[in-house]
Design a protein around this ligand. Structure first.
Ligand code: ATP
Ligand code: IP8
Length: 243
């Protein structure tokens, strides 16, 4: 089994509300089509999640004013999820959307149901979403779901697709002299900047190192160059392996 996250920065333009990158998503699906065996997909929020979640202050106790926000962010995320599934269908991949806000515990995906979908030849596609638990509302990140799914299913490998070539010693978008790190140890400290509502690259690095500690190979790859997934393990691979 392979577990893969489509980062919101790859499939949307994060600064433009609800701006979906259909062609980029199609290119990724084109590569996924060639993967033999089971695949579970997770996607992030990008501009369908983070902009309104920030605007409505979604985390902490649900305030009256945030009910509107919960509903709007969820609607937008389901819309993004269905746009992705539409692209998958056009490529001959059969995805099935699984919103965490409908899970009994959003942080524990329904593993048995996921297994049943996989057995039926479907690709479960879950995603960062809103949730309400013990009277508190919040946002569950696709990265949280990656950790839960990796811990439970122990896939052969875990891939995070983002809009950068890998992890750099500093944010490559703001530092032209940033250097790509082909290999990263979980406890290394990096200069991380540009956090979104779920913690950006800092949170991702934390989640990736937890998965790596469980003995599962983890990679950060540029989703704008999805064919690079086939170079994993080769000397010319461009990306970062976390261990
Ligand atoms: P989403 O959270 O919407 O799913 P994503 O998973 O694609 O998006 P982001 O949280 O947007 O990922 O994180 C990717 C961004 O992290 C990059 O666009 C980059 O600008 C930023 N970043 C900050 N520090 C670093 C770093 N040291 N190395 C690489 N990228 C970094
Ligand atoms: O982009 C956050 O998921 P992430 C989803 O994977 C929302 O961190 C709704 C902002």
């Amino acid at each position: 089994m392979q577990l893969l996250k489509l980062g919101g920065s790859v499939i949307t333009v994060k600064s433009r509300y609800r701006y979906f990158l259909q062609k980029t998503t199609r290119n990724i699906m084109h590569e996924l089509l060639k993967i033999k065996g089971e695949v579970i997909l997770v996607h992030g929020g990008g501009s369908f999640g983070h902009i309104k979640a920030r605007e409505y202050g979604l985390n902490g106790s649900p305030a009256l004013s945030s009910h509107n926000g919960i509903s709007i962010v969820h609607r937008d995320m389901v819309d993004l999820n269905q746009k992705i599934i539409e692209v998958m269908l056009s490529e001959g991949l059969y995805g099935i959307g699984m919103p965490p806000s409908s899970f009994p515990d959003p942080f524990q995906p329904p593993y048995e149901l996921i297994s049943n979908y996989l057995k039926a030849g479907l690709i479960p596609v879950t995603f960062g979403d809103v949730f309400i638990r013990n009277g508190n509302s919040g946002i569950i990140s696709g990265d949280d779901l990656m950790l839960a799914l990796a811990t439970h299913f122990k896939p052969e490998r875990v891939m995070f697709l983002s809009d950068v070539d890998g992890i750099y010693d500093k944010n490559p978008k703001t530092h032209s002299n940033a250097e790509l790190r082909p290999m990263v140890r979980g406890n290394e400290i990096f200069e991380i900047s540009g956090e979104d509502v779920t913690g950006g690259m800092g949170k991702k690095l934390n989640v990736m190192s937890k998965i790596a500690k469980a003995g599962i190979p983890v990679y950060l790859i540029n989703g704008k160059r999805p064919e690079r997934i086939w170079d994993i393990g080769r000397s010319h691979f461009i990306g970062t392996v976390i261990n």
